[in-house]
Design a protein around this ligand. Structure first.
Ligand code: PHE
Length: 343
């Protein structure tokens, strides 16, 4: 067989071999066989030295053509193999969009969080900003600067968990009053502060050693008790409904003077008297009063120029009234059947 015929045959063979190749790995091996150092092409090249110049030129050209053709066959096959692989992957990963979807479990806000968001939005609407304070608090802020010195009998009602002599778990959100006044350095103040508070109490249906309060504080030059009354009336009507009445009862807090306790008309009997309101027609929801001059003074405000009102709302109380919940412990025992009712 002449060299030229051999080359034609070689292309034929390569074509067949490449056709049968099933993988990239096999293709690489086939390439090495037909175009590598020990390939038939090289053997044909070696016969060149015995040929005339004319023949050398002709054969060289044919060898190059042959190599180019085999290379092209291999490249085409490589593309085909890769495409086939992608296609196979696409087919194997095909999803059935008609299958029913998996339901993602949906959570919801805790009922207390829902109340907090609602109350915040009511007071923000009246121009309040939301403040925060630490739950681990200094005795000075929780008691002393609120006009409750060491040994004051009012401390008995608010016994708490002490970290040491001067640090405790706050018993009320009122220390945020002091913190805010100190930070505001004599400027008018209008804040609302929700947060957890602690007391050394035995837990029962209406008591918890940890519960939540809203503190409100407004300090400016012309604040009067009627501002407090109007503010609380508006809050109660927005929170519970336009038909609800409020009533102020004289009370005592060391950091307000005068002090009041505020009741709303019973939502269950609408004031007629029932077990819920202990036959009084009223339910207590908060304590409030005009900021005591000593508190203003201690925080750098001149009580002759500035006045203010403050109030403390029990958040659980509001939530219990709102939803008719009969036991405060429900909020903290994480029973999913309880929580799911507030989705
Ligand atoms: N801090 C008081 C309490 O926990 C409530 C209160 C707040 C009273 C602000 C008056 C003014 O009982």
């Amino acid at each position: 067989m002449s060299n030229i015929d051999q080359l034609t045959q070689l292309i034929e063979d390569a074509k067949k071999a490449i056709d049968e190749v099933k993988s990239i790995h096999e293709l690489n091996e086939t390439k090495a066989w037909y175009l590598g150092k020990k390939s038939p092409l090289q053997a044909i090249m070696k016969t060149m030295k015995d040929l005339s110049i004319e023949e050398k030129k002709e054969l060289g050209q044919k060898v190059n053509e042959c190599r180019d053709q085999i290379n092209k066959l291999i490249d085409d096959k490589r593309v085909a193999l890769e495409e086939a692989k992608i296609l196979e992957k696409l087919n194997s990963e095909k999803i059935d969009v008609t299958l029913p979807g998996k339901k993602v479990a949906r959570g919801s806000y805790h009922p207390l969080t829902q109340i907090i968001m609602e109350v915040e939005s009511i007071f923000k609407g009246m121009g309040y900003t939301v403040a925060e304070g630490p739950e681990v608090e200094l005795d000075v802020f929780n008691f002393e600067m609120l006009n409750v010195p060491k040994g004051h009998p009012a401390r008995d009602m608010q016994d708490t968990f002490y970290i040491n002599e001067s640090i405790l778990l706050r018993t009320q959100t009122s220390p945020v009053q002091v913190r805010t006044l100190l930070e505001s350095k004599g400027a008018p103040v209008k804040i609302l502060c929700p947060g957890k508070v602690y007391r050394r109490d035995d837990d029962d249906a209406t008591h918890s050693h940890q519960f939540m309060q809203f503190e409100g504080l407004v300090v400016d030059k012309h604040i009067t008790m009627s501002d407090l009354k109007g503010t609380l009336k508006l809050f109660v009507n927005k929170m519970f409904g336009e038909d609800f009445q409020i009533r102020f009862r004289p009370s005592f807090f060391p950091f307000t003077e005068p002090s009041v306790e505020v009741d709303v008309s019973c939502f269950k009997c609408e004031g007629k008297g029932c077990p819920m309101c202990k036959q009084t027609g009223w339910i207590e929801i908060l304590g409030a009063g005009m900021v005591h001059p000593n508190v203003l003074k201690a925080s750098g405000y001149d009580p002759k120029l500035y006045r203010g009102f403050a109030f403390g709302i029990g958040i659980e109380r509001v939530a219990m009234l709102r939803h008719g919940i009969d036991d405060i412990r429900h909020f903290y025992t994480d029973d999913i059947r309880f929580l799911q009712q507030f989705e």
